[in-house]
Write a protein of this length. Structure first.
Length: 274
């Protein structure tokens, strides 16, 4: 019975035959993949291979020419970004999209916007010590404090984001995405601009997000050691087309991947899973 129910359960997330063309040039060409719940799935490929275009379709910035994007059994293809966020998908970007003149806490609180139920006037009362709006804000702040603790951002809590180191700003952007309480988190080159120590810390945090929060992660990343260390499965693309998919060990030894992305390096130099 359990086996039958499992077979009938819809895929958590899938992309089916995705095609995106710009002026006749196919940036994404017949890309399909599935992600299991609570897994870490990575997409790799050279610059311009179409990785970010796939992300832009998933979170509603682009509408694909062909194909479907299914999330929790629902076709979300072509939905607006805010509707996709409400479905439970959050994203970080290659370029930091924070408000530099706001504090870390204020930026993270902005990530709670889809969960805010009370309007400005609904909590206006002179007869209650704690209005509904005030109680709701306390709840949101508690959630943000949990994220601050998770990502070790205590020292940056009340600092303006614009004056913080780049690596710290990348973590804050990750924290703001977590504030949405997503089921699926899209990470677009999260380690870009980080030093070796920061990258190692990021690996631990991504694993914590997967293990402790139970969030499924879709990752674009150029740091191959990180990809090999944390991924459950990897999709490699080149010129918009899939050239290999599998567990890290399979991708490390895939001739097409080595030729297109890794410069035909020997497999043992690509990076090993720990």
């Amino acid at each position: 019975m359990d086996t039958v129910e499992k077979q009938m359960e819809p895929d958590f997330f899938s992309v089916d035959n995705l095609i995106v063309a710009f002026g006749g040039l196919k940036a994404v060409d017949k890309v399909s993949f599935k992600i299991n719940r609570k897994a870490i799935f990575s997409i790799i490929g050279p610059n311009g291979a179409g990785k970010t275009t796939i992300f832009n379709c998933i979170n509603g910035l682009y509408v694909p020419d062909t194909g479907k994007i299914i999330f929790n059994g629902e076709d979300i293809t072509g939905l607006k970004p805010h509707k996709i966020a409400r479905k439970g998908i959050a994203r970080t970007f290659q370029n930091i999209e924070l408000f530099s003149r706001m504090t870390t806490m204020e930026n993270l609180m902005l990530g709670r916007h889809i969960h805010i139920n009370t309007g400005v006037l609904s909590g206006a009362t002179f007869f209650r010590r704690k209005s509904k709006a005030a109680l709701e804000e306390i709840k949101h702040r508690e959630r943000v404090e949990q994220i601050i603790d998770l990502l070790d951002l205590q020292s940056a809590r009340n600092q303006f984001v614009g004056g913080l180191p780049y690596g710290t700003q990348k973590l804050i952007e990750l924290g703001r995405a977590l504030a949405l309480e997503p089921e699926l988190l899209l990470l677009d080159e999260p380690s870009a601009g980080m030093n070796t120590e920061e990258k190692q810390d990021l690996i631990f945090w991504i694993k914590d997000i997967q293990d402790e929060l139970g969030i499924t992660i879709l990752l674009i990343e150029h740091d191959m050691k990180m990809v090999m260390d944390i991924s459950d499965r990897i999709l490699a693309i080149n010129f918009g087309k899939p050239i290999g998919e599998g567990i890290p060990e399979e991708i490390q030894n895939n001739p097409e991947v080595l030729k297109a992305y890794l410069g035909e390096e020997e497999p043992e130099t690509v990076g090993s899973r720990q």
